[in-house]
Write a protein that binds this ligand. Structure first.
Ligand code: ADP
Ligand code: ZN
Ligand code: ZN
Length: 749
């Protein structure tokens, strides 16, 4: 033992955009003091793997994650700097999470350090930490001998406490015990010595009586649950394809209940917009205080505390948005991804991961099931069901209620629209309001008018920093760019020819609201878009107003389209979806169909049958026809066939290289350099390599953007090219004015 070196060396991951790890020395003082940390009588492992250290870096210092100890003393290490301090007594990243991070780094071709820190709550990334207070719960294991012993020793106080603990189903905590006997602490010690009681940190499930009991499962639901039940302890991916309101959430709740009974933990992901107080209340009615929530509306500290509570096992359900996928647990039993098709699961900056795909990998590594649910499955997931990689289940009926309405097209090509509404639509609105129903008008364009121009010359209000038009926001008398947020006061005269005849065209939610208010002065109008909803609380307030069931007209953008249950809506109308028919994005048709089915599915969820209208000037367009005549599943199959014919995702994998710079030529030049690197692999000829070309919106927030696309049906070849060229790609540097990134499984081609 004596010749064991006192100084250790170790590799660390640091969150900087470099594809390498960093070595530091660990002085004995730093490690020794840690090795001897005693907690609850148990000495912690001497391993530092997964702990954070403060490290000298450049002229300052950075936080690093301990990856592994270096045993090789042959390397000259005189110049290796020493770690400054260790910040954790227990690892913040478990070995499992580190393995997941390694997989992500290799799959998404991102630097390991950045990925590892992505897997931590932001609060910890910045070097902060604080332990939430933990509550112990005592449980009794009463045998006859113990009882006899307690009675024989004539300790009625111990007896009283022991019986109370035994009768409390989930154990008792200090506050509860104190109410029985103020001298509880010494009594508990005595009972512990007798091994009559034990403790843990697991919060008891609230007793069933105070919690809502589940409705009787429908035949559909029972069938799904029966099949799922047999696969709950192995890795398996389940796609729950259920029309809106068909009871998917109820199925999740059953699965959660089962896993809780096994003392397992559950991660339950929802899209940002889906985490409403409505859902939170529903979960808490069913599961009491057993869950933590985490979303972008909370502070970093609050999100960290939720993470820590889940990690510690104080709660067993983590309900949250995308990054909650990285919640740590050593007894994770199930991951649920609601609205799995939602594009917000794909992170579009930093580490561009897809939460659904990483979650599936995580489930596979842990050998646990994962359940994806949606009314409009993504084409990727349908494809995986077709290939029998996922189990597929359909919920095709609403329990106790009406089927979702059939979609009816309203031809707008030959009628005069009143603020975007056809006479037919207005008549329908009148009728539904008379019947005391609620009406939803969906218009995916905020602001007053999307186009502002001069009638005299050809001046068009456009952004100085983006290739985009400015939208008029009337109430604040401002022209706003929806891409970079820059604003100008609406000019009184044309900036170019000084003519006073400036006109606006098209309609957004602000104008629609004005027109509808004017026409229906006595009906409450609820507008829901980013301009009217400043906070999550406000959003919840409006949703509650809708939930109350009073007749009203709801005007909203895609904020309103997803995952909310409004039983009183009987008419949902989509005012303008024609843009999507001619979009340059290959995903536009998929997104249009999903949106139409999601929005129409908002209607008729209550006791009264619903109607769904879709205004279009192109009633003969094949897409419009199929929306009327086919199910989502059928249309999706047709789109899939089309994708197969042209070898597009999900039949091919896409890796996108993007660059943005102060000039287009600079961005293009960098991508040409990258293309040359890729060409050094002989396998490149097996792949499609498209570009470099300017991006769809070339100039955005003052930067010019270009892209280079690698695509192949043959994933192995694609990965071979990337593996072979990655070392050289890693040395293609960013400069002060140019940034390039890799986007694996990119959404836009
Ligand atoms: P989804 O998640 O598919 O939109 P939900 O689970 O929210 O569907 O169910 C829609 C509505 O139907 C909810 O109000 C829910 O309480 C109710 N519901 C679900 N399952 C049943 C059932 N088996 N019996 C009665 N009502 C049910
Ligand atoms: Zn002009
Ligand atoms: Zn702009």
């Amino acid at each position: 033992m004596s010749d064991k070196p006192l100084i250790h060396f170790a590799s660390f991951a640091i969150a900087i955009p470099l594809y390498r790890v960093f070595d530091y020395a660990i002085e004995p003082t730093a490690s020794e003091s840690l090795d001897s940390i005693i907690n609850d009588g148990v000495s912690h492992s001497v391993s530092h793997i997964g702990k954070r250290f403060r490290l000298p870096f450049g002229s300052g210092n950075k936080i690093g994650l301990f990856l592994n100890q270096l045993d090789d003393p042959s390397v000259a290490r005189d110049k290796t700097k020493s770690a400054l301090e260790c910040l954790d007594d227990t690892p913040v990243l478990s070995e499992h999470m580190m393995a997941l991070a390694r997989w992500m780094a290799s799959y998404y071709l991102q630097p390991l350090g950045e990925v590892m820190f992505q897997c931590l709550p932001a609060h910890l990334r910045s070097g902060k930490s604080e332990k939430p207070e933990r509550v112990k719960y005592w449980h009794a294991q009463v045998t006859d001998e113990i009882l006899y012993d307690v009675i024989r020793r004539r300790s009625p106080k111990q007896f009283e406490i022991l019986v109370a603990i035994e009768q409390a189903s989930g154990g008792m905590n200090a506050v509860q015990l104190k109410q029985i006997n103020s001298g509880w602490a010494s009594l508990i010690k005595a009972l512990e010595r007798k091994q009559a009681i034990t403790w843990d940190y697991l919060k008891p499930q609230c007793s069933g009586a105070t919690l809502e009991s589940p409705p009787l499962s429908s035949a559909d639901q029972s069938q799904v649950l029966e099949q799922l039940e047999t696969r709950l302890d192995v890795f398996s991916v389940h796609l729950l394809d259920g029309i809106t309101g068909s009871g998917k959430t109820e199925v999740y709740f059953h699965l959660i209940q089962w896993q809780l009974a096994q003392r397992k933990q559950i991660i339950y992901l929802v899209p940002e917009i889906g985490l409403t107080s409505q859902l939170v209340e529903r979960v808490s009615r069913r599961f009491g205080e057993q869950f933590a929530i985490s979303h972008s509306g909370l502070s970093n500290r609050q999100r960290y505390l939720a993470w820590e509570k889940f990690r510690a096992g104080d709660v067993n359900i983590m309900l949250g948005t995308r990054s909650c996928l990285f919640s740590q647990s050593d007894r994770l039993g199930l991951i649920i991804i609601d609205e799995e098709h939602d594009s917000s699961y794909k992170q579009t900056d930093g580490i561009r991961y897809h939460a659904r795909d990483v979650a599936i990998k995580r489930a596979q590594m842990l050998n646990i099931p994962i359940v994806l649910g949606t009314a409009t499955p993504s084409l990727e997931s349908l494809h995986n069901c077709d290939r029998e990689h996922y189990f597929y289940y359909q919920l095709s009926q609403r329990p106790t209620r009406h089927a979702p309405p059939k979609i009816e097209l309203v031809d707008t090509s030959n009628v005069t629209l009143v603020s975007g509404c056809s006479p037919y639509l207005l008549k329908k609105i009148d009728w539904h309001l008379e019947q005391k129903g609620q009406v939803l008008l969906f218009l995916n364009r905020r602001g007053f008018a999307p186009v502002v121009m001069c009638h005299e010359c050809d001046w068009l209000a456009s952004c100085n920093h983006c290739d985009s038009k400015l939208t008029l926001h009337h109430r604040i008398n401002t022209l706003l760019c929806h891409h970079c947020g820059c604003r100008q006061t609406m000019p009184l005269t044309c900036p170019k020819c000084q003519h006073a005849d400036i006109k606006h065209y098209g309609i957004g939610t602000e104008q629609l609201e004005q027109a509808i208010k004017w026409r229906y002065p006595d009906t409450p109008i609820i507008r829901i878009d980013r301009d009217t909803i400043a906070s999550r609380e406000e959003f919840s307030k409006r949703l509650a107003q809708i939930q109350s069931g009073e007749p009203c007209i709801i005007i909203g953008t895609q904020m309103i389209a997803k995952g909310h249950d409004y039983p009183a809506i009987t008419l949902s109308a989509m005012l303008d979806a024609d843009q999507a028919l001619f979009s340059a994005s290959y995903r536009a048709s998929e997104q249009l169909v999903q949106m139409v089915f999601q929005v129409s599915g908002r209607s008729g969820r209550g006791e009264v049958k619903g109607e769904a209208l879709l205004q279009t000037a192109y009633t003969d367009h094949p897409m419009m026809q199929s929306l009327v005549n086919q199910s989502y599943r059928d249309i999706a199959s047709t789109i899939l066939q089309g994708r197969k014919m042209i070898s597009f995702p999900p039949y091919a994998r896409v890796v996108m290289f993007r660059a943005d710079a102060m000039t287009l030529s600079e961005a293009m030049k960098k991508l040409t350099e990258i293309k040359q690197v890729l060409q050094s692999s002989v396998h490149l000829r097996h792949l499609k390599c498209i570009g470099p070309i300017p991006a769809l919106m070339t100039r955005r927030i003052g930067r010019y953007r270009a892209q280079l696309c690698l695509m192949s049906e043959d994933t192995t070849k694609l990965r071979t090219v990337l593996r072979e060229t990655m070392p050289a790609l890693q040395s293609v540097k960013n400069t002060a004015t140019l940034k390039w990134v890799i986007d694996v499984d990119s959404f836009d081609i």
